[in-house]
Write a protein that binds this ligand. Structure first.
Ligand SMILES: Cc1cc2nc3c(=O)[nH]c(=O)nc-3n(C[C@H](O)[C@H](O)[C@H](O)COP(=O)(O)OP(=O)(O)OC[C@H]3O[C@@H](n4cnc5c(N)ncnc54)[C@H](O)[C@@H]3O)c2cc1C
Ligand code: SF4
Length: 524
């Protein structure tokens, strides 16, 4: 095993914030830190000169910037004291040290969802960090590898400079019926293609990468359980986003070009948006000190399970968006003059019930966290899967109810240019009135926000990301089935019903701990 050298995370000579000497201290600093990095970002078939200034990309950058500003505005909520670097750090870079730390992640996520109405992109990195903290420790315990200390050093450096880490788990995967080593094209999953004295070379592509262009580093991880044949695919490492071997192909979103039309009404939410891109990894060299798993294929499943447990309850972020959409639905009913109609009040109650049901399973999962061997805290897997499974359904129903209350104008309203047109403007301002004391512009702004979240740009974050992000619905059903402990539940039923089975003729005894969820396979 090669010895670790320097981290290679050197000071940036460009003067940009994001170094130990000049850490990022605000949203504005963060935006500055992204400038001039020379990333290879393609959008509409062209290389983007400066992503920070691109009108389609900028709303997603603003959403991440909010995670920095919230840490200043409400440090108790969005920062934490880290024993890794011995300082207060942004909560997105914090390794949990208590149950309360895990719970606070959820509270922060809900608040950020409320403030941005979209995906603020930093939770994948946060959840990968926490999963890797315990998994690297356990790999070292079995294989005497140096991953855990390396990983902690890497995280400490991220904390000192206050950087954004993206989490790159999902491979492009090719034929879904085959594992990595069985694919016709070996590059369908990221893998090691060369080993050198000082590191490895990796190749492949990661799909749907949230906030990757807005990150400073990405942590590459395997996406599924691996077998011995997949050893070269069992690679976890950190890569700087400005590595010349990375190419980013930007994912377009519904109605995204509205941000290039001028005006701000038709965008619905002109300030904030999400971001996904595909990352092509073309023979990128990774030095050993940034490698946190290499070949220990039997730990891939643990990593995926712990990451998805964290990430599936991180989806309480969507309850913050739910708060926005409930607010928008209530506002449009008010603007239409019918806030007190009984079916409208009932629909708002239904929306609230669905939204809080998501939150309750997520926050309960966090409250049920337990300490891992490495000393950080891992949330309850069953409840996390229930939370995410709720998220694959309830936002769609919330969206349906919001569209119900919005009325058809949400999809037939003329453009902002027509609202301000010399001929059309006065006509629209007369005939699109709802309640006479509410301006037509305000009415349209709320309708466009509902459109934005249910059909437009932020429907990516509110709906389809809710469906597939952190795993499609079937992935949660598999985890729920694994942990549902049907045998124990059958025993409960048989016991109360007085069932005697032919072999012993006795009631089936129940131990006092049966049915409770324990870590490390202690569950009955
Ligand atoms: C908006 C968004 C943001 C995301 N952000 C990130 C991110 O930041 N980082 C990251 O790593 N990932 C991210 N993801 C990826 C996410 O985890 C995947 O989308 C998810 O795991 C599903 O994979 P897929 O999209 O390739 O779907 P597919 O694998 O193509 O699945 C499509 C359907 O086929 C089914 N299916 C797939 N394989 C099988 C099989 N073997 N047997 C039976 N049925 C199967 C699925 O259940 C599903 O119903 C994001 C996804 C979205 C949509
Ligand atoms: S979907 Fe939610 S949990 Fe995932 S990164 Fe976006 S805001 Fe965070």
């Amino acid at each position: 095993m090669p010895m670790d050298g320097d981290s290679g995370i050197s000071s940036d000579i460009s003067g940009r914030p994001g170094t130990p000497e000049n850490p990022i201290t605000s949203g504005a600093d963060y935006i500055e830190s992204l400038r001039g990095r020379g990333l290879k970002v393609y959008l509409f078939g062209e290389l983007v000169e400066e992503p920070v200034d691109h009108p389609m990309i900028r709303p997603s950058i603003n959403a991440v910037a909010k995670t920095y500003d919230l840490a200043n505005e409400n440090p108790d909520l969005a920062s934490a004291n880290s024993s890794i670097c011995g300082k207060k750090v942004n909560r997105f870079l914090h390794v949990t040290e208590s149950v309360d730390d895990v719970v606070m992640q959820n509270r922060m996520q809900r608040k950020l969802g409320q403030l941005t109405g979209t995906c603020f992109q930093r939770c994948v990195g946060m959840d990968a960090t926490n999963a890797l903290h315990s998994v690297t420790c356990e790999i070292d315990g079995k294989h005497e590898t140096p991953y855990h200390q390396r990983f902690k050093r890497f995280i400490g450096e991220m904390q000192e400079s206050n950087l954004v880490i993206g989490g790159a788990m999902t491979d492009v995967k090719g034929d879904r019926s085959k594992g990595p080593a069985a694919q016709d094209d070996p590059d369908m999953f990221v893998h090691v293609v060369e080993r050198r004295d000082d590191g490895v070379v990796i190749r492949g592509a990661k799909a749907h990468q949230t906030g990757c262009i807005n990150s400073h580093w990405v942590v590459v991880m395997p996406t599924m359980r691996l077998t011995e044949d997949d050893r070269d695919y069992a690679i976890v490492c950190a890569v700087p986003v400005d590595d010349p071997g990375l190419t980013f192909i930007y994912g377009r979103q519904s109605c995204d070009t509205r941000s290039m039309e001028g005006g701000d009404i038709d965008q619905g939410n002109a300030q904030f948006g999400g971001q996904e891109a595909m990352i092509i990894i073309e023979d990128v060299f990774v030095p050993y000190d940034r490698i946190f798993m290499d070949g220990e294929y039997e730990f891939a499943a643990d990593l995926v399970e712990r990451f998805t447990a964290y990430h599936r309850r991180s989806y309480v972020c969507k309850t913050g968006l739910g708060d926005v959409i409930i607010g928008a639905a209530a506002t449009i009913a008010d603007y239409n003059g019918v806030p007190n109609a009984s079916h409208i009040r009932d629909k708002l109650v239904e929306m609230t019930h669905l939204n809080e049901t998501i939150y309750s399973s997520g926050i309960a999962s966090s409250h049920e966290s337990f300490e891992t061997k490495s000393g950080n805290y891992q949330n309850n897997d069953m409840l996390a899967n229930v939370c995410k499974h709720n998220v694959t359904r309830f936002p769609y129903e919330l969206a349906r109810l919001a569209q119900d209350l919005a009325g058809g104008l949400m999809v037939t309203a003329p453009s902002e240019q027509d609202l301000n047109g010399e001929v059309t403007g006065p006509l629209l301002r007369k005939y699109l009135k709802g309640r006479s004391d509410v301006s037509v512009e305000n009415r349209l702004r709320i309708l466009r926000l509902i459109e934005n979240m249910t059909l437009g740009r932020n429907a990516v974050g509110y709906l389809t990301e809710s469906m597939h992000g952190a795993g499609s619905p079937q992935a949660q059903r598999i985890q729920i089935a694994r942990q549902s402990d049907l045998a124990y539940k059958m025993k409960l039923a048989k016991n109360l019903a007085g069932v005697t089975e032919e072999d012993d003729g006795k009631k089936i005894p129940l131990s006092p701990h049966q049915g409770r969820m324990f870590p490390d396979g202690e569950n009955d």
